[in-house]
Write a protein that binds this ligand. Sequence first.
Ligand code: FAD
Length: 388
Amino acid sequence: MATALFLAHAMPALTDRMLVVDAERFPREKFCAGGVGARADKLLGSIGVSVCVPGVPVNAIAFRAMGRTTVVREDAIGRVVRRVEFDHELLQIGLRRGIPFSGGTRVTGLTRTPRGYQVDTSAGPIHARVVIGADGVRSVVRRTLGFQAARYRAQAIEVDTDPVDSDLERDVLVFDATRRDLPGYYWDFPTLVDGQEKVVRGVYILRPTDGPAVVEIKAVLEAELATRGIDLGKLKKKRYAELVFDPHVPVSTPHSLLVGEAAGIDPVTGEGIAQAIYYGAAAAKYLAEKLPAGELDFQDWPSVIRRGSIGRDLIVRSLGVGLFYGPPRANIEAFLHASPEFIRVGCQHFGGKPWSKAALLRASGRALWHTGYFLAGRVPSLPEPGGG
Ligand SMILES: Cc1cc2nc3c(=O)[nH]c(=O)nc-3n(C[C@H](O)[C@H](O)[C@H](O)COP(=O)(O)OP(=O)(O)OC[C@H]3O[C@@H](n4cnc5c(N)ncnc54)[C@H](O)[C@@H]3O)c2cc1C
């Protein structure tokens, strides 16, 4: 629906010639911690869309590793929403703008026709000149069009719990990388469930697509919760895969292109809401050029993504996989604790704010110093808490 909203904004005459189909009827649950960077809201705001739902404002990010927690405060960088509410409200905005929608309509396959595609659905066939696959982690569009798998795949599991005494303030997103044996992390995000203060806690784990699972993710969550005095026991466990971005996988064929998680999201953290919205804006701009010109082979969509802000962001994060989940991990952890200015720039990026150049410069200098330690096979000791 985000993609459709951007497209309707760019090409109003197309509004009633689009059809958004979704297998689910809304409101529907989507397993997700609901952490939305303010950059996503700002981008939606650029076309006059404001998704007003209950949420918890985010003013800080905490990084935990090596027995230390570094908290960096930066005002108004995002919010934590419930996807059942957020997605439903986004849909209502689309409906109010006249975008046709068919809920409870599952796409089962695609067949190429001379003019585009026949989209087979549970409600019968639909003929489309262009198909945008925005169908998430198990994208039937991606599978039917035969795109290769990404090099990595991810899993996430989460539960909603009551707050506990050891939780930080309710405007902090906690990323806990204490378990260095895991290519992933544990999180605590404050959330609101039916108006009640809760915390959504979960684990994200990345692994090579052709490799075995390194650990049982539920056991990791159970152990992490136990350190916080929480019994996983009867809590409702929400477990799902995530499809991560791989710059080498093409995400378009003639008359069809992928956006959002179907195209691939951030492999380091599994963040995908803002990415899906950025993909949508990029696709609308792209289609607004291609459709009037009748250029529907879409060969350059992958390179357009790579050159745009969404692609640059995802490429940098893809490079981060080998750093953060690879041999330099201990050095990266030490670097992050020693360089709160780097986390500050991350907060500013999450929140769609201009990056502080001075902070970036200081962090870059420190990164060089830490690289030297890594090359020498050493990890620097942590600075005194609060010492910067
Ligand atoms: C446990 C967990 C926690 C997460 N936490 C966060 C977080 O805090 N912040 C964040 O930014 N990201 C988070 N993510 C990732 C985020 O949820 C996704 O990346 C994001 O929702 C992707 O958006 P999308 O629109 O591309 O896909 P989706 O939100 O998955 O939407 C795809 C839609 O396609 C529909 N669909 C699927 N198949 C078909 C079909 N065959 N026919 C018709 N319709 C179909 C689905 O019903 C769905 O509505 C989390 C993911 C998980 C699993």
